[in-house]
Design a protein around this ligand. Structure first.
Ligand code: HEC
Ligand code: HEC
Length: 375
């Protein structure tokens, strides 16, 4: 009798252990709470194998802010992508662990589910998942060996829990997926301009004047003055077009000799030389300095560039060559010929694209500063 009882007990205990292990190893992620995407931005898709879940986003957020991800354990993604600067870093050329200035300026991370799924200034990667591990292994950014990183993460009890809840194993793919899931939630939709579009506020006279110029392609015959900006920054609520490489263009920063490869580095086509991604202008007042190499410090300088600084090259956008506010403008020296007042008005309009809530939203902030629980 005693032996039989003992056998039952043993069986019950084994069953319990097996079930517990099964439940522990099988992630059961839950659909992201309170998630809503502004419908005016249009359709978006998330990869089928990486849906937005509470567990994935919580894990990704922690990874994004964790210096453990870098070789010397000192530098997180958030070092270069700071929330208060709309996830840029205020540097002309960012610096990572090697302290060697990078060749590109840090872009804002915002509304990444919309717009072209071509990331980096020259569009060389086609998904956030593909992008996520690159800064980690880049010797001048985070300089981390991925196998070492995986061992380091496995040694942290909290990561064991977070990974097992979100995805299962601690591996490269799941690190990339988690970082991407978090970044997809960085949605900004409450700037002064959004409120204007929703009809809840009015713009000032100067902002409204700037808005009109921003959205108009100049037409001298029709006495329509314009800044031409919308020709390229067409969906500036998001970031450019999303088909093929339509959202890449040459906005006249350099002449032929200085032209960098840009998109040509990706497609190999000579007509793509010097073409760069048209960036979102959302939160632009917070993300100085400007352009792929951070060459302009202020929006006034950006306006001077478009108004009187355009450099000629074989791939310069025809939209820029054509845009002029005076009759018989000089085609060899494209210029918008806007007045001082008009340039200032466009800058005033650009300031309405700042979303004050985005930069203080605690969902996007450093979780180490406010330990999160996702029990
Ligand atoms: C040392 C500074 C630095 C660090 C650290 C850094 N980034 Fe970046 N990030 C940049 C720069 C610079 C670019 C633009 C590079 C280019 O276009 O070639 C960029 C581009 C990006 C882009 C593309 C955005 C777009 O619209 O094309 C994403 C996404 C991104 N980073 C995410 C991350 C993630 C995730 C991490 C951490 C794993 C990270 N970054 C770490 C500087 C940094
Ligand atoms: C022909 C297309 C085109 C037109 C027209 C155009 N832009 Fe741009 N804009 C671009 C491209 C491409 C870039 C990025 C270029 C680079 O860095 O190489 C850019 C960059 C910018 C930036 C810097 C963004 C950043 O994150 O650094 C600002 C600000 C800007 N444009 C404002 C304007 C304004 C204002 C107008 C109208 C006066 C305008 N643009 C007209 C294509 C255009």
């Amino acid at each position: 009798m005693k032996i039989k009882q003992a056998c039952y007990l043993l069986l019950a205990v084994t069953l319990m252990i097996v079930t517990a292990e099964y439940y522990q190893s099988k992630p059961r992620p839950t659909a992201l709470n309170g998630f809503s995407a502004p419908f005016v931005y249009g359709q978006f898709t998330t990869p089928q194998n990486n849906p937005l879940t509470n567990e994935a986003v919580a894990l990704g957020r922690r990874l994004f802010y964790d210096p453990l991800l870098s070789g010397n354990n000192k530098l997180a993604c958030s070092h270069c992508h700071q929330q208060k600067l709309a996830f840029t870093d205020g540097m002309k050329n960012s610096m990572g662990v090697s302290l060697k200035p990078l060749s590109f300026n840090t872009p804002s991370l915002v509304n990444l589910m919309w717009g072209p799924q071509h990331f980096f200034w020259d569009g060389r990667v086609n998904s956030l998942e593909e992008q996520a591990l690159l800064p980690i292994i880049n010797v001048d950014e985070m300089d981390q060996n991925l196998d070492e990183l995986i061992d380091e993460l496995k040694a942290v009890e909290q990561y064991q829990r977070l990974f097992s809840k979100a995805y299962g194993a601690i591996n490269k793919q799941n690190i990339a997926k988690a970082l991407s899931a978090f970044q997809r939630t960085l949605i900004s939709a409450n700037s002064k301009y959004d409120q204007f579009l929703a009809g809840t506020i009015k713009l000032t006279d100067e902002e409204e004047f700037g808005r009109k110029l921003f959205v108009a392609h100049p037409d001298v015959k029709a006495s329509l003055r314009g800044g031409n900006c919308i020709d390229c920054h067409s969906q500036f609520l998001t970031s450019g077009f999303n088909t093929k490489y339509d959202g890449f263009t040459n906005n006249g920063l350099d002449n032929e000799e200085q032209l960098l490869p840009g998109l040509q580095a990706v497609t190999g086509k000579p007509e793509h030389k010097g073409l760069f991604k048209v960036p979102s202008l959302r939160n632009i007042a917070l993300t100085a300095p400007y352009m792929h190499d951070g060459r302009f410090n202020t929006l006034a300088q950006v306006m001077d560039h478009y108004n009187e600084g355009i450099k000629l090259s074989s791939t310069l956008s025809p939209l820029i060559v054509e845009a002029n506010n005076i009759v018989n403008g000089n085609k060899k020296k494209p210029s918008l010929n806007l007045s001082m007042e008009e340039k200032k008005a466009i800058v005033a309009f650009l300031h309405t694209l700042t979303d004050e809530q985005f930069i203080i939203n605690t969902k996007f902030s450093d979780p180490f500063l406010q330990e999160i629980k996702i029990e």
